[in-house]
Design a binder for this molecule. Sequence first.
Ligand code: PMV
Length: 344
Amino acid sequence: MQNQGKVSWKCPSNIALVKYWGKFGQQYPKNPSISFTLSESHTITEIDYQYNDSQNGVKLSFRFEGKSKPAFEQKINKYLETIKEIFPLVKNLSLNINSQNSFPHSSGIASSASSMAALAMGLVDIQQQINPDLPIDYFQASNLARLGSGSASRSVFPKIAVWGETNIVKGSSNKFAIPFHKDIHAIFQSFADDILIVSANEKSVSSRAGHALMEDNPYSPARFKQANNHLDVLINAMKDGDLDTYGMIVEKEALTLHALMMASQPPYILLEANTINIIKEIQAFRKDTMVPVYFTLDAGPNIHLLYPIEFKIIVDELKSDLKKYCVDGRIIEDHVGYGPEKLI
Ligand code: PMV
């Protein structure tokens, strides 16, 4: 048993192919989702901890990139409070956390998936150090990450993860994600995901508010049914290496996510004019060259350009054309990756 120590985890972000949009209860998803785990877009979280069994409440000091960030610290404090039921050990911990992202804070890339997953990995690692008989449990980490940010549950596993209960995937759960790359065709195990930064501004409507607006969205029931159907079709396409069907579903998912926002009350738009310009150019390029390059979107205006890595050289031509639509020509080159890494 160790009463104090240091852990450090590097955790990637992920991009959903079938989107989670709408939740219930304690951050459970209204529909199952599937994602690629990324690599270059990641968070590193270092935690110095002290364990005291007579302490009754977590003590926290949080720094972001070495500097104090009261807003972040408050958010993490609130999160640590919410997990004390399922992770009682937290009440006996004093934590000194320092977190940093590989991408600039205002790059328009959501950091909640990578940061909550890195923190969750750190917590289960600390638990293991205090109780050496316990293994580091990735499912427990995924459950803890989910309570911070739903999509973070999927960042804990390599390559491809599924989160949300569905008959289509054995072992799937609303509580945690599960790894899902084993039966998937080799072409999807090394996919590229280049992130085209159309805007680095903070979103006008947060994901939290967006999820809540799904409650009264008249299209919600149809959407949840569609997401289940999309997951089924997409998984079969990914097992077969069927890029056409994969691309059709992934692009439809991205556009549906934004259509749902536009159909909310109040309606809102997170897309920018350049998002549309890029989408049109990608589709025209695909038609002209027959190169299997597709797009998806997060809850924001930035485009994720998805394609098998072997097409990199030809897609580079498209990218140099699309740069003109990006803030300072910014494109983050990412790809499917191996999941969390323990640094200390
Ligand atoms: O994890 P949250 O609560 O930030 O929601 C993320 C929702 C989407 O990124 C739009 C879709 C997804 O499944 O990741």
